[in-house]
Design a protein around this ligand. Structure first.
Ligand code: MEV
Length: 317
């Protein structure tokens, strides 16, 4: 019998969808990149008492954990069964800098770090497909009908061009310009927003699918703009994507206000990012200095937090 280590950890990070959210659920491409400014770490240890979890949501015995942690309890059970390992006396500690329910991939990142930690703990090799298989189980519980993009990006070191079920390409984003991400402070409702888009598609298939296909075209054009280092063009495409997302009903007043604020403050483009209905928006600025000015305006106009990210740092390693 293998002796188990005292403790083991797993890590992951947040993600930002540059363009293509929601449309990606319908098979259109999307571009997203790992957001390393928001890391997450999960530590597993053996304890005497029954399995327990410590996280910003809830700390206590796992059996009393709230519904929002069902993805983690299900994963623990499933992986324990699959690996024929006992999980009844494990303590799980989640430390995350990703704001929860803000469209930054918190649920996928926690699941990724958790699966990695468990496999490390049981000293079983974990290949990327197996990791994605487990994170997908978790994401189905958290969001209902995930495209898989969050799972892919929160476990990837490179930006990705992603198309559900068919392709995944590591991208180099070597673009002049800085991206500002701003948190509305309102919990996003990814699961609900995805379900509402499905309703739109069911009731108004022509209009909804036209918007979705158009977002796919915008994503392909964005990929070209990135390849040609054309931030002005990329900015315009981002703003157009926001308009489509708004027509699909996944924006809200605060997101629209912050998008308008960014554009009025000189951003090259702006849009919501992730599931919408709250959560975060992004804006593209031509320089770091400009990004700082825009970030300040966004804070003045109600954002609760901002991050600035140099797009030239997103290389495919
Ligand atoms: C809204 C969505 O496109 C992105 C959520 O981060 C849902 C998904 O792709 O699973």
């Amino acid at each position: 019998m293998k002796t188990l280590p005292e403790q083991a950890t797993g890590t992951a990070h947040g993600k930002i969808i540059l363009i293509g959210e929601h449309a990606v659920v319908y098979g259109e491409p999307a571009i997203a990149f790992p957001f390393k400014a928001t890391p997450v770490e999960v530590t597993i240890r053996q304890i005497e008492t029954a399995a327990a979890i410590s996280s910003s949501y809830y700390s206590g015995p796992l059996k009393d954990a709230p519904v929002s942690l069902t993805n983690i309890t299900t994963l623990l059970q499933t992986i324990g069964d699959d690996l024929s390992q006992p999980t009844g006396h494990l303590s799980i500690t989640v430390t995350s800098r990703i704001p929860a329910e803000r469209g930054m991939g918190s649920s996928a990142a926690v699941a990724t770090a958790f699966v990695r930690a468990l496999f490390n703990y049981f000293n079983v090799p974990l290949d990327p497909d197996r990791l994605l298989y487990y994170v997908d189980i978790s994401e189905k519980i958290a969001h209902g009908n995930p495209s898989g993009i969050d799972a892919r990006v929160t476990s990837s070191d490179s930006p990705v061009f992603y198309q559900k079920g068919s392709m995944f390409e590591s991208l180099s984003i070597n673009l002049t310009g800085h991206l500002i991400a701003a948190d509305t402070g309102i919990k996003g409702q990814t699961g609900q927003a995805v379900a509402d888009v499905a309703e739109e598609v069911a009731h108004h298939p022509e209009q909804a699918m036209a918007l979705i296909r158009n977002m796919g075209v915008l994503t392909l054009q964005a990929k070209e703009a990135i390849a040609h280092n054309d931030p002005e063009r990329l900015g315009k495409l981002l703003t157009q994507a926001h308009s489509s997302l708004k027509q699909l009903s996944v924006s809200n007043t605060k997101l629209d206000h912050l998008v308008e604020t960014a554009l009025r403050s000189g951003a090259l483009g702006a849009k919501l990012t992730g599931g919408g209905r709250g959560g975060c928006m992004i804006a593209l600025a031509e320089s770091e200095k400009k990004a700082e000015v825009i970030a300040e305006k966004l804070m003045e106009q109600g954002a609760v937090n901002t991050w600035i990210h140099a797009l030239g740092e997103d290389k495919h390693e």
